[in-house]
Design a protein around this ligand. Sequence first.
Ligand code: SAM
Length: 273
Amino acid sequence: MAAGIAPVREDEIRRWHDSGQAWDRWADAMADPAARLNGPLLAALDLHPHHLLLDLASGAGEPAITAAKGMSPAGQVLASDLVPAMLAGARRRGAGLGSLSFMTADMTALPLGAASVDRVSCRFGLMFVPEAPRAVAEMHRTLRPGGIAAALCWGPQADNTLFRLVDDALGGMPELAVLFRFAEDGSLSRLFQDAGFDSVSETAVRQTALADAAKPFWRPTLDMAFAPALARLAREERAALEGHIAARVQVQADQDGRVPVHLHARLVVARKA
Ligand SMILES: C[S@@+](CC[C@H](N)C(=O)[O-])C[C@H]1O[C@@H](n2cnc3c(N)ncnc32)[C@H](O)[C@@H]1O
């Protein structure tokens, strides 16, 4: 784990309470990038249509909604999150899906019995939990023997173009550091090994997309990752910030007006004996 990065529970609750609307607003537009990240996570879970999948930190609904669409009537996805304002997006987007249910819950104290679920997923949630080892212990407790947990966390900020771009423009936001808490190779797998999981593997998920430099492809990241900070800006300040980002992007564009957008996430997969 990177030194000196410790989320504070109250700060995280406030951050996510203030971010819920932005996440809901962008969730549908972000379906394609979300699908590219869900792919390796759901494949690692070896999910079967009759399984009960517990998705932790579901936020506006991924990967819970995508997984629920593949379930048979016997299967179920339980989408959970600590912050009702974030789960509101999942409730709206998942309305009508019979195989999807919702639960407000802290992943460090799950209101579920031992060995009660087949699979556990968590996409970009663990790093925000001060007692991450307790959250992973809860994954282990609630999984049935032979069950699988899989989690995605961000790799280093330097490998993630969108965060780097937007953070540079904002002059370095201290609250962003927590996103990269498990970026160091091996830090996630250690967490799962220490919780008693049997076979644990950690791999890099790297993707590169070519974006049109003339379009504000960076705006969802700006809105979602920095919602509380943006809310403090006046309209003109916000416009100046966006102009600054657009100018930085233009400088990096190739002769066809394209910029490479790199992404690096860490994927951990662990089985309970
Ligand atoms: C970056 S969002 C991820 C949302 C979604 N999984 C995705 O990938 O789009 C992080 C989520 O973690 C949730 N979270 C933070 N601490 C939590 C905790 N202790 N228990 C459950 N969820 C938590 C936040 O409310 C927020 O919705």
